[in-house]
Design a protein around this ligand. Sequence first.
Ligand SMILES: [Mg+2]
Length: 229
Amino acid sequence: MKLLLWDIDGTLLDTGGAGMKALREGWEEAFPEVSAITAFPPLDLAGSTDAGLARLLFDHYQIPWSDQGFARLLETYHLRLEAGLRSQPGRVLPGVADLLARLGGSSHFAQGLLTGNTRTGAATKTRHLGLEGHFAFGAYGDDHHDRNALGPIAIGRAEQITGHRFEAHRVYVIGDTPRDIACARACGAVAIAVATGRHTRGELEACFPDWLFDDLADGAAFVAALHAE
Ligand SMILES: [Mg+2]
């Protein structure tokens, strides 16, 4: 059995900026005093973890990090995200729904999430677009601020739930950014890059993924790549 670990934003779906909007609004609601004085900074969300972004925000606003403060931010962020997606849910990227169903129907593959989103944020985004049923486990952006630490967490949870042991070369990390490729390398997994996010094919190519797709519209080609390894 092979293990597929999916990134969410730019790989499975596109929320059309709802995540960034919810983070900004959630921050301003959680920390109105500092937000009135200092402007919200430009953030690079692609491939980041929510805990990593929170750390950047705490630094930017010169607030000492605390788990309590982080929890306060997540509470307002999750509410804003839920509301934002209710009015504008975004879209599933081409081929994704068919591919997940196809792989999920095969006894050769187990599928989970490896995402910078929090567990709640990941559930909210996938649920709003009807993709929530495909993933029984995952590693999330509130498990660790460093994306490279999420691979072993995801593999451990996959092994616990499926009862299978997954050697690194049978694990596939699928994502749309150089950070997803680095994350695959960090745990010895196969890196599959897909150019449906903000990064171009050329930018991803420069990071030497094992496989690179323009999008996931050609499910047969994707499955062939999985069987080729
Ligand atoms: Mg992504």
